[in-house]
Write a protein of this length. Structure first.
Length: 72
C-alpha cells in the first residue's frame, strides 16, 4: 500500500513539474506577444491563449483536489 502511494505521489510530482514548465513557457509567450506583437498578433493569439489558460487552471484545481484527498 505504501509503495503504491509513493508511486502515485511521484507520478503527480512529475506531472506538476511538467505543468510548471508549461506555465512558465506560457507566461513567457504571453509577455512576448504583449510586448512585441502587433494588434493583429494579439487578437489572433487571444483565443488559443485563453484556452491554454483554462487548461492550466484546471490542472491546478485537479492537483489541489488530489492534495486534499491525500490529506484525508
Amino acid at each position: 500500500m505504501k509503495q503504491k502511494r509513493t508511486e502515485e505521489t511521484d507520478s503527480v510530482h512529475e506531472e506538476i513539474e511538467k505543468q510548471l514548465l508549461s506555465m512558465e513557457s506560457y507566461n513567457q509567450y504571453v509577455d512576448e506577444v504583449r510586448q512585441k506583437g502587433t494588434t493583429c498578433d494579439i487578437v489572433t493569439a487571444a483565443s488559443d491563449l485563453h484556452d491554454r489558460a483554462d487548461e492550466l487552471l484546471m490542472f491546478v484545481i485537479m492537483v489541489y483536489l488530489i492534495w486534499q484527498q491525500q490529506l484525508d
